[in-house]
Design a protein around this ligand. Structure first.
Ligand code: DC
Length: 230
């Protein structure tokens, strides 16, 4: 117990509710919310803007030194975290379906993973962090105090993603979004490095038919119970 980090990890595929749950829990517990997907998205955007193919590690590895990435807390519970790439506010630009695919692709590169893993550990250095992503409980914070793995039926995840994008005014085709989700699931969970995977000591919650409040309550209950036993 004593050597565990004061970190809560929330891993899982896209559309399971990781961001909303993490944001809510962070507000409830007074923790900092670390959206690591946003970091992969920002790195992908940087290279897309430079017209570098997102699987071209030869150009990407040395190019990482040109990136200055900062994250700011979301302005409200409905907003995503603020993401600044070399001073430019890219919070909206990184949320398109195309950037989701580019982020997934670039996240398979060893240079990108070690660059962002180091940054994530630095950002979480002081503890009291809710870290959300694919490899938080397995690779980045194996000593986290509480680990959760969220999953949900792909059709429901697709419905949620379509709703989110439509709310932001992005016009999308539901079938296309479903194919993208399935492709990302496959690519993210089969890559060689830090694949999307449940940590052995993570607690799984299927969010398919649960509300945001229900998922948060389950997590808080689990945290309280573990603390009592610990
Ligand atoms: O959570 P998200 O949809 O914003 O993540 C975008 C992509 O970034 C995802 O498909 C894979 C990658 N990613 C990752 O490899 N590791 C993380 N910890 C977070 C995201």
């Amino acid at each position: 117990m004593t050597n565990k980090q004061q970190i809560i990890t929330i891993d899982g595929p896209s559309g399971v509710g990781k961001s909303s749950v993490s944001r809510n829990l962070a507000a409830e517990l007074g923790y900092v919310y670390l959206d690591t997907g946003a970091m992969y998205r920002a790195v992908a955007l940087y290279f897309v803007r430079q017209q570098v193919a997102v699987d071209d590690e030869k150009q990407i590895a040395p190019g990482l030194t040109g990136i200055h990435l900062t994250l700011e807390p979301a302005a409200s519970m409905e907003d995503d975290v603020g993401v600044f790439l070399n001073g430019d506010d890219v919070s909206e630009a990184i949320r398109t379906p195309e950037l989701s695919m580019a982020a997934s692709k670039i996240s398979a590169l060893p240079a990108v993973r070690s660059y962002l893993t180091a940054m994530q550990r630095t950002l979480a250095g002081k503890g009291k962090v809710i870290a959300e992503g694919r490899d938080m409980g397995t690779v980045v914070f194996p000593l986290a105090q509480h680990k959760f793995f969220l999953e949900a039926d792909p059709r429901e995840r697709c419905r949620r993603r379509v709703r989110q994008l439509k709310d932001k005014g992005v016009d999308v085709d539901e079938q296309e979004i479903l194919s993208m989700i399935l492709k990302r699931d496959n690519d993210d969970s089969t890559r060689a490095l830090a694949p999307l995977k449940k940590a052995e000591d993570a607690y799984t919650i299927d969010t398919t038919s649960l509300s945001l409040d229900q998922v948060c309550s389950l997590i808080l209950e689990r945290i309280v119970n573990t603390a009592r036993q610990g």
